[in-house]
Design a protein around this ligand. Structure first.
Ligand SMILES: Cc1ncc(COP(=O)(O)O)c(C=O)c1O
Length: 384
């Protein structure tokens, strides 16, 4: 199989991730609960992973790192538990994933919150001029939520400039780092970010079932889900303090410790080494697709402005059946359709064709994988 679906989830994981998950599942009891030595050991190892996550974000206080079930859970918490009243407004980009846009649409529908969408073009994936005008004209904007990079187009948004404008106008900035954590450098201080959501299972090479919400000290987030934390057990109410107020219920310790191994692997390998590998293959793929007149590539072609994601369509083929054929006949695993981000397709012009075929590269991708996709497309076009 040629695995080209790393933007959905990375595969395979480093060996240490599988080993740690298995060992932790067998050996460790519920952390933050219980007096057994294993439970206490689990709690201290949990804090080691918090420190690793803080390091990948450039944050200095690991106690602001809250483990959640995934990026979707983290984004829902940040958006739905943020203090907003009817008439307040949220700003998002025009390439948001459903994990951001659906909670925003839900609070708009149910609580009278308004939202603005900042225009996209291939050249300017987030129009900073239009954004600044919005911030100036609408004082009821309270929260700005954007992805770091589009999961459909790979386009990298100008996060530091968005963060600087949020600081200037006193808005809270929520960053969806699902497509960037482990791919691009993140620094919450220089980028002016107030909350970051990330999944464990993509480019941090952890397992599914764990993600993170990092919350800057002072962000007035309420609790989202109520329940037990293991501490404060005698109290009736849950306080919105990090991390416990956001880690209710029995948290998935094996997944969290395995995520720690994934992050260690990213640090040991080096973000820039991983990035160079992926960008070299991205260039190889884009160059090959550019020689095929039947192929339309969406988004910017400049690899310095993209994550290793390529969305394309092939004349005469609808994306879904093409994606299925690529797997069934050529063993190429990728994704086709709307990729949970219809706004990105509306912005880039691929909505009417039913979305795109998306190839997303990762550390495990080889030249042979890229060449196999190109050869398969040529063969399908030749046999039309
Ligand atoms: C940009 C973006 N945000 C959020 C998510 C949601 O991540 P998860 O499904 O791990 O919760 C994804 C997943 O594909 C994504 O690409």
């Amino acid at each position: 199989m040629h695995y080209l679906d790393n933007a959905a989830t990375s595969w395979p994981k480093p060996d240490a991730v599988y080993t740690r998950m298995d060992a932790a599942f067998r050996q460790l009891f519920s952390p933050k609960r219980g007096t057994a030595r294993a439970a206490r050991l689990g709690a201290s190892q949990l804090d080691d992973v918090r420190a690793l996550v803080a390091r990948i974000l450039g944050a200095d206080d690991p106690r602001r790192v809250c483990f959640m079930a995934g990026a979707t859970h983290a984004l829902n918490t940040a958006i739905q538990a943020f203090p907003l009243a009817a008439g307040d407004a949220v700003v998002m980009s025009a390439v948001e994933h459903h994990a951001v846009s659906r909670p925003v649409r839900k609070i708009a529908r149910e609580r009278g919150i308004r939202f603005h969408v900042v225009p996209y073009t291939d050249d300017t994936p987030f129009d900073l001029v239009a954004f600044e005008a919005l911030l100036r004209d609408d004082p009821k904007i309270k929260l700005v939520a954007t992805t770091h990079a589009s999961n459909v187009l790979g386009s990298i948004l100008p996060v530091a400039q968005i963060g600087a404008l949020c600081r200037k106008f006193g808005k809270t900035y929520l960053l969806d780092a699902a497509q960037s954590a482990g791919v691009l450098p993140i620094d919450v201080e220089s980028m002016g970010v107030d909350m970051v959501a990330l999944p464990g299972h993509k480019s941090l090479y952890g397992p599914p079932g764990v993600g993170v919400l990092w919350i800057r000290d002072g962000v007035p987030l309420a609790t989202y889900m109520e329940g037990g934390t293991g501490g404060d057990s005698g109290k009736h109410e849950l306080a919105p303090t990090t991390p416990d107020g956001f880690e209710v219920g029995t948290i998935p310790l094996p997944q969290i410790l395995a995520l720690g191994e994934g992050i260690r692997w990213v640090f040991d390998t080096g973000l820039s080494t991983i990035h160079h590998h992926e960008i070299r293959l991205l260039s190889r793929l884009l160059d090959a697709l550019a020689t095929m007149p039947e192929v339309t590539i969406y988004g910017h072609r400049d690899v310095s402005r993209k994550t290793p994601v390529v969305s394309f369509n092939v004349a005469g083929f609808a994306p879904k059946p093409l994606g299925e054929k690529l797997f069934d006949d050529f063993g190429i695993a990728l994704r086709a359709g709307f990729h949970c981000a219809p706004m990105a397709h509306e912005s880039a012009g691929s909505a009417a064709s039913g979305g795109t075929v998306r190839a997303s590269l990762g550390w495990s991708t080889t030249d042979a994988d890229v060449d196999a996709l190109v050869a398969a497309l040529k063969s399908l076009l030749a046999s039309r």
